[in-house]
Design a protein around this ligand. Sequence first.
Ligand SMILES: *[C@@H]1O[C@H](CO)[C@@H](O)[C@H](O)[C@H]1NC(C)=O
Ligand SMILES: *[C@@H]1O[C@H](CO)[C@@H](O)[C@H](O)[C@H]1NC(C)=O
Ligand SMILES: *[C@@H]1O[C@H](CO)[C@@H](O)[C@H](O)[C@H]1NC(C)=O
Ligand SMILES: *[C@@H]1O[C@H](CO)[C@@H](O)[C@H](O)[C@H]1NC(C)=O
Length: 591
Amino acid sequence: MLFGLGLFLLAGAIAAPVCPDPCAAIAGSLFSKPADALACLRSFPFNETLRQNVMSTVSRVFDFYTFENYYPKSTAPFPNDVHIRNGLSRINSTSYVTDYDFNRDLYRFVNQLNDGHTLWLPNCYVTWEALLPTPVVSVSVDGMEDVYIAPDIDEFISLLPDGFASYYESIDFNWKRLAGARVLRIEGMPSYEYVAHVADTVTGTYLDHGLRENSVFTSYRLIGTSYSQKFGDLAGRVFDPIEDLTIELIPVGESQAEIVTVPFLDVFLGNSFSDRDSYWANNCAANDNTNGADRRSKSGTPPSYTRLRAKGITRFSSNAIGLPAKFQPSLPPVNVNASEMFSYLLPDGVTGVLFVGSFQDDDHERFQRDVTATITALKAAGAVRLLIDLTNNPGGFISHFSRWLYLSGFQSAIRGNLLARKIVKQLIAQGISEDLSFYVIVNGRKDVTSLRFYDACPFSVPIPSLPPFDLTVVAIVTNGNCASTCALFSTLMKERHNTTIAVFGGRPGQSIEFKGVAGNQVLEWTDLDSEIKTAGLKNDPLAPPDLHNWRTAYSYLDEDAPIAYYSEPPSLRFPYTADTYNDPQNLWIFA
Ligand SMILES: *[C@@H]1O[C@H](CO)[C@@H](O)[C@H](O)[C@H]1NC(C)=O
Ligand SMILES: *[C@@H]1O[C@H](CO)[C@@H](O)[C@H](O)[C@H]1NC(C)=O
Ligand SMILES: *[C@@H]1O[C@H](CO)[C@@H](O)[C@H](O)[C@H]1NC(C)=O
Ligand SMILES: *[C@@H]1O[C@H](CO)[C@@H](O)[C@H](O)[C@H]1NC(C)=O
């Protein structure tokens, strides 16, 4: 007996340090099992000092949040009964074991606001993304829409770095035979119900449920100068420690349903590390770039200017993988020398296609030149009408693209909280003027806002004296994942010019909008911090860190409604088919 116990103790001693460094165990690996990555993330104990710092920051950020008072009592088509202060106070008093657990709770809370402009994304914990080799699509086959494993997974997955496919080989899991399988149930739920569940618990981003569901599926997009394929939110997840999915499906060529359990594999996206301490130092600890600068002083580095875009992390699943060659357009591009946009003349010889991947080229002036050159080239090639593809466009800068099509901006306003008013007062004292003295009633509460104002957009590239295309012959196609500036653009086209907009995909029988995270200007913490420092208010006790969504635009069709809360379904709605789900050229010809 004693001897046995002795052995047991000895075994414990050999395993010591009783907790071996779980980060060191996976350092240097691009791919890791979700449980191993989670062990590293959960190796940092909960720290009350950090919580108090985070909570006071987050609370002051929400003082600027334009939609705070829209959430309680918000109803169809965007029901979401969240009381922000109640949620924060719950998180402020909950017991957590690890720092990860606290941050994850806060992430989930902010994510369920379904506003892609307003997120809690601590660099520390969005370092791994869980990927599944079986992304799904919703397509119509013989007139019946259903969920299928994407038929192209063999070509798609083979574009991932070494280590992904070989992991599944090493555990003898054959995902290739699942390509194109019809999915009956996921995690025991009917497939579309599980899609709705992911839309509610994972996706966030969009007030509209239909748009969130469409984000669950894999789809094509354009990044920079390359076509890409997103995994979709079923198969690519951050901050979601999921290990596998149990899927009931019927493989192609079979008639019997079977149940398979597909494991996730995590891909590392953070800064490299060798152990737990260097993980924290390189991915978690605040550094010189965390804060803004006083723009009045020469030594203060001027931070980046404010951006209109959907905030997000660099997701491997959305950004890093190409679209299989068989889906890339075979038509020659009309202007080959442009970033963020591709242009084609369809075989009818009259329809120009402009696929705009985003409005946010890092080089703002280059984007303006590219729009000019591309539209000029399309006209020279013979295009007399224009189809604009806004699929999976995350936004960017509104100004130049809209001006080319002769669009005006929206009325907009910022929230006039006490600190905002102090900033304005200080700026006036220093010679810059703007006044704040308006309010709106939202859900029965008085919300102070600034006066409404329009944008003044600087242009460095000449604009033609007439619109290049008659706006009655411009149409838009999208999967509705058209965020931020993209949503402003499509909403302007719809509200001002009655442009035909067609949305593809989504769940059959469920409504869908053509835009999401519409009509807000967002700031990151460094930008706001600079604003506060420049106004000389850094020591004000109200001064917060990180901020998003601080200015909102109002619909032309209802000047009391922020665009985000004004429901606008598309003129036309189509399911994807086996020909169009990932094939932009087929989709344009169909449109
Ligand atoms: C909590 O975090 C603060 C700030 O990083 C640090 O100074 C303190 O030592 C930490 N407390 C514990 C118990 O680790
Ligand atoms: C969190 O709770 C502490 C007391 O434990 C309180 O001092 C602080 O103001 C609270 N913070 C927020 C944002 O509610
Ligand atoms: C390509 O586009 C860039 C950016 O607009 C421009 O500076 C360059 O001159 C163009 N090159 C050609 C060959 O047209
Ligand atoms: C907008 O276009 C639709 C066709 O897409 C047409 O039926 C409708 O009358 C138009 N509305 C206005 C206000 O021009």
